[in-house]
Design a protein around this ligand. Structure first.
Ligand code: HEC
Ligand code: HEC
Length: 355
């Protein structure tokens, strides 16, 4: 009897302990999951090729991807300390809030508010780009940062000065050590780290992408716009990256005031040709064209419909412009709006680090 009572009370005690333990676990995991929800980024860190994208041009063979190098690259990308007067960072002209293009101005100011001659393009999906700049003047992403870092109207600094500045910084000493094992700052380390960050800027979560994955459906207008796009635009703005990376003259100028590809090749046939820009996030990255001359998509479509200028290098596809009768412009714009990737702009990993 006594032993039975003891047994019962023991069982009761151990049950009670279990209940308490379970309660603690439940509350604990609730806290963890709430916390997780606050900080959990929408995608995991690390470069991965979206399944319907082609193989990227860049590979990490000579720049093994690590979180520490990426973190260093992100720090450098957002740091105006790299510019000669400490006012301009890469992000000044390639802002995550603007799909990594400029701040919706035709030209983006560099140090001392100086302006260049070309519009800041979005730098999303650079891993797939075989060449860089509107004229393709740079053919490797790892040397790409040298141009803005040293351009007098952009960041106006010398590599030697940048290295000297970074070498004196306690913050960067630590970051270089974490990334590369020693505190040494070299131009290679700077350029490779910046590349690691840029390669992670992958835009593949627009409504268009969700439709590709069967997670969303186009409205009737978007679907009709998509079909028009495939007939009239995709020869040059080829899916899924919305560019074929070729250089073409789409009829903006007869005078070739900016020689474009000609400045690189000195070939007469390249006058006025520019790299076909990707149209991913195009609704967000106005103004448009290499000089930012058009502020709205409607202006762009009016150009193709009735404004194409004839010249010796005009693309043969645009000989008669692109007629867009009736409501075709409205339908095309409905489709182009589905290329906006709002996840990219709020991506946890790509955002400016908070200290
Ligand atoms: C003052 C504005 C400005 C700053 C600062 C700037 N860029 Fe740019 N970026 C541009 C412009 C303008 C272009 C196009 C230049 C051209 O085609 O002549 C460009 C082009 C690029 C491209 C090529 C894009 C393509 O589609 O070909 C990459 C990549 C790039 N920048 C990365 C960077 C990095 C990395 C930094 C920082 C080290 C940086 N930029 C700083 C304005 C800027
Ligand atoms: C023959 C090739 C070709 C065709 C066809 C073509 N484009 Fe383009 N597109 C270009 C080139 C080249 C540029 C860049 C020109 C420049 O800046 O000098 C461009 C630029 C653009 C831009 C500006 C993007 C930016 O970021 O500045 C938009 C928007 C655009 N095209 C939309 C369209 C649409 C919509 C169609 C179909 C109605 C179309 N294009 C058909 C070659 C083409």
């Amino acid at each position: 009897m006594i032993s039975l009572a003891r047994l019962n009370s023991n069982t009761f005690m151990s049950n009670w302990r279990w209940i308490r333990l379970l309660a603690v676990i439940a509350v604990g995991s609730l806290i963890v999951s709430c916390k997780k929800e606050q900080v959990e980024p929408y995608k995991k860190w690390g470069f991965s090729k979206p399944d319907y994208f082609p193989e990227p041009v860049y590979n990490f063979d000579n720049n093994k991807q690590t979180f520490q190098k990426f973190t260093l690259g992100r720090e450098l990308f957002y740091d105006p300390f790299l510019s000669s007067d400490g006012t301009v960072s890469c992000a000044s002209c390639h802002a995550n809030s603007h799909a990594f293009a400029g701040h919706n101005t035709a030209l983006s100011p560099g140090v001392n508010n100086l302006l260049g001659t070309r519009n800041s393009p979005s730098i999303a999906n650079m891993a797939w780009s075989p060449s860089f700049m509107w004229d393709g003047g740079i053919n490797h992403i790892e040397v790409m940062p040298i141009a803005p870092l040293t351009n007098p109207v952009e960041m106006n600094e010398t590599l030697a000065n940048i290295i000297a500045k970074l070498q004196q910084s306690e913050k960067y000493k630590k970051l270089f050590k974490e990334a590369y094992g020693t505190e040494d700052v070299t131009d290679q380390r700077v350029l490779k780290a910046l590349t690691q960050y840029m390669m992670m800027i992958v835009s593949n979560n627009s409504k268009y992408d969700q439709v590709k994955h069967g997670e969303a459906t186009f409205t009737d207008a978007e679907q009709q716009g998509y079909e028009l796009f495939q007939q009239k635009c995709s020869q040059c703005h080829t899916e899924p990256l919305f560019t074929d990376y070729s250089f073409r003259n789409n009829g903006l100028d007869q005078s070739f005031s900016d020689g474009g590809r000609f400045l690189i090749t000195q070939n007469e046939n390249d006058k006025g040709k520019f790299k076909v820009p990707s149209l991913r996030n195009v609704a967000l990255t106005y103004p448009y064209m290499h000089d930012g001359r058009y502020y709205t998509l409607n202006d762009v479509l009016n150009h193709y419909a009735t404004g194409v200028q004839h010249s010796s290098t005009l693309d043969p596809l645009l000989e008669n412009g692109i007629p867009l009768p009736g409501n075709e412009k409205t339908l095309l714009i409905a489709f182009l709006n589905t290329l906006s990737d709002y996840h990219l702009m709020t991506d946890f990993w790509l955002a400016e680090p908070k200290h």
